[in-house]
Design a protein around this ligand. Sequence first.
Ligand SMILES: [Zn+2]
Length: 247
Amino acid sequence: MSPVLEQWQREIETASGGLVVLVRVETDPVENVLRIAPQFPGRPIVAQRLSQEAFVVQFIRTHAMSITYEGPEGNFHFVLLNMARAADWEGLEDSILAHEFGHLWLNATGFRSLPMQQDALRDCLAIHVNDIVHHILLRQEARRRGIDAMAYWLNTREAWMKSVAGSEAPALDECQEWQIVAECVDALMGASRWPRLGEFLNLMRTRHPRLMDRAVQLRDLLSPLDLWDRSVYEYALSAVSRALSVQ
Ligand SMILES: [Zn+2]
């Protein structure tokens, strides 16, 4: 981990009073189970979370997730890396960690995420609402600290474009649709210097025209807002939540 990230980790720990713990989650394809290191601070909490189906359904679709836990065992921020997909961020681990640290730092400094409720669909909505709003702020904060939080994201999008070339868009469930909307908002608001942005947006518009329209609406809603104002931030969370819930 780079010194800049170590400094950011210390700031998260000071601001929140919780320990930041990096957890690499390995998938055993033979037994189809998830494995974590035998010992680390707060391990039973992570093991318990990884036994919840609703959580695992979300986790295996992502590269990384962070969990904040406050309880009798202590206060923790677990940064879970989905090692089954580690090839996607090879050489760019600082970028993906900056992304997760950004979420934690925002939560620790009063930009709280919508809470999880142990309900697969509602939690999926909350994850993508949180992502859409948090990502705008964390990209700015990471840039201020000299880290490019978008590097791994662009890498994975370029790999995705290659993998879907010439194929039909699959039917999506509601949760997958929200993920696509969130990705389109990320692209529209956070990838202006990406040479392949136009190509990516055209592809999204061809494959998911309705979802792309919703992303553009959200971009128009969020762009003028000063999300560093916490009351505006709270308004943005509820506005995005409402917009995504409408069919
Ligand atoms: Zn995120």
